[in-house]
Design a protein around this ligand. Structure first.
Ligand SMILES: Nc1ncnc2c1ncn2[C@@H]1O[C@H](COP(=O)(O)OP(=O)(O)O)[C@@H](O)[C@H]1O
Ligand SMILES: [Mg+2]
Length: 495
């Protein structure tokens, strides 16, 4: 019996590798590169390319990726109508050329002669009845590089690859459509820099659009990092005061005296350090908007002064006795429930009513998980800019990890996470470990500020993890019915 050279490296490993990348590489070009790389390594081919059928190309196909081929060599190999490639595309069957020069079918082809090709393997990429392209491999150094023994592997490999390629193309189309939808929605509401399509964010946009051109005070409520300042800025810059200044001040950072002088200005000599007359922020913002961040931190004295601006449109610089008139729209933000502060006497009720003519509540990220993938891609675009980073996307596992994370720090935390991952990621896709997300199990269900509902959810999730996802066991540990547990999991899934 004739002994055939076995050039198969490790076909099983190649098949399992391709199965793996089906689930990780979503970007079509990266996927094709990988498919070609695995095929060439497994069969010890020296050159190779993948072509995909294309309706817009005159030849009916397009070379999508190639290795070790110059443009010119490639042209020769694919153009020849008698070549292997055409035969494969025409018949939908793989073609193996054991000794190319001697082969009766192709030996005379110009490309084979000129390039001294010794051995060729070419397999169609097929999806059920549809041909989507072909993988071409050749060897210049060795006749008999590819044998019939390679065929079962090549067939299985090409079938797997075809599915992966189709998936990546579908995913790409979806992403593009998603991007178009996003621009569409963005164009509708006009708040470009605020990302979100979830129902609670739509409510926010809707409310913002309504208050843009009024002078109504707006109180933006929500946890830290939910985008309160972003909303305040957008209201100003999309509204009728946009040509005048937007001035933001954080009410929690300064001492009472300094804050008063910052807001209202002072007269020279009003206190030690007041070397000159100074205009305050209310005067600086005249005609525009002032944004009071963490307004719940204002002292009683400043609350009274603020009430006067809102009621009379008047301010008094520190150390002066006469009043000045200002025309300023007041927007404010808080991450504490001001009603509670009113309740315990630390915030004036009449001021609260003046500040929240309109209240906008920013939903925490964990209540709008549908926006997470969108935001993650938005921040990826922001940080992986201008070719300085090779990163092209996330693995599906990474997106899932982002989606289920509890996000105590909301969008700001998500933004930081993506920024860090862009720096840390080695490949061209961000994978779960690159995200450096804290272990879910260490999340404290009872940390301050957590709602009862959230605490319940975290406790259940943690117990589920500890019971390796076993529902009966989890129900037993928590002393609840399995029905209750199923019901809760369904409810959270819908969030
Ligand atoms: N909906 C959003 N779309 C895009 N970026 C957002 C969004 N919400 C928050 N961010 C990002 O998170 C950061 C923190 O938002 P910020 O408005 O300062 O939150 P808050 O004032 O509620 O603490 C912003 O600088 C912005 O980069
Ligand atoms: Mg803020």
């Amino acid at each position: 019996m004739e002994t055939r050279p076995t050039s198969l490296q490790d076909p099983l490993r190649a098949l399992s590798e391709i199965a793996l990348i089906i689930n990780t590489i979503q970007e079509p070009h990266a996927l094709l590169e990988k498919v070609l790389e695995i095929a060439m390594e497994t069969l010890e081919a020296e050159r190779g390319f993948i072509l995909l059928t294309s309706e817009t190309q005159p030849e009916g196909f397009d070379v999508a990726v190639r290795r070790n081929f110059t443009e010119e060599q490639l042209g020769d190999v694919v153009r020849l109508s008698t070549s292997v490639v055409y035969e494969v595309l025409r018949s939908g069957e793989p073609v193996l050329v054991y000794e190319a020069l001697e082969d009766a079918r192709f030996g005379g082809a110009e490309s084979i002669v000129l390039q001294q090709i010794q051995s060729i393997a070419c397999v169609p990429l097929r999806l059920k009845e549809r041909q989507i392209g072909a993988i071409y491999l050749d060897s210049l150094s060795k006749r008999g590089r590819f044998t019939r023994d390679n065929l079962p592997f090549l067939d299985a490999f090409a079938n797997q690859a075809a599915v992966a390629i189709e998936n990546a193309q579908l995913y790409q189309t979806l992403r593009e459509e998603n991007g178009q939808l996003r621009t569409e929605i963005q164009r509708l509401h006009g708040f470009d820099e605020i990302i979100g399509q979830s129902p609670p964010m739509r409510d926010v946009f809707e409310m913002m659009s309504r208050v843009l051109d009024s002078d109504a005070t707006v109180l933006v409520e929500g946890e830290s990092g939910t985008g309160k300042e972003l909303v305040a800025r957008a209201i100003h810059y999309n509204g009728h005061r946009k040509a005048a200044p937007f001035v933001a001040i954080f009410c929690g950072a300064l001492s009472d005296e300094l804050l008063e002088s910052e807001l209202f200005g002072h007269k020279k000599g009003a206190f030690t350090g007041a070397m000159t007359d100074k205009k305050g922020l209310f005067e600086a913002a005249d005609g525009g908007t002032i944004f009071l961040d963490e307004v719940g931190d204002l002292s009683p004295r400043l609350q009274t002064a603020l009430l006067r601006v809102l009621q009379e449109g008047e301010i008094k610089r520190v150390g002066e006795t006469h009043v000045r008139r200002v025309n300023v729209r007041v927007l404010s933000a808080t991450n504490r429930a001001l009603e509670d502060l009113v309740e315990d006497g630390s915030f004036r009720e009449d001021l609260l009513y003046r500040l929240n003519t309109i209240a906008i509540t920013m939903p925490p990220l964990r209540r709008r998980r549908g926006d997470i993938a969108l935001l993650a891609h938005h921040f990826l675009d922001k940080y992986a800019v201008g070719g300085r980073s090779a990163i092209r996307g996330f693995t599906p596992a990474a997106i899932e990890a982002l989606r289920v994370h509890p996000w105590p720090g909301n969008v700001r935390e998500l933004e930081n996470t993506v920024e860090r991952a862009v720096v840390l990621a080695r490949g061209d896709l961000i994978d779960t470990p690159d995200l450096r997300l804290p272990d879910q199990k260490t999340v404290d269900p009872f940390e301050p500020g957590v709602t009862l509902k959230e605490a319940e959810r975290r406790l259940v999730q943690r117990t589920l993890d500890e019971c390796s996802g076993n529902i009966s066991e989890t129900a037993r540990v928590l002393d609840v019915s399995r029905r209750w547990l199923h019901y809760k999991l369904k409810e959270w899934e819908a969030d």
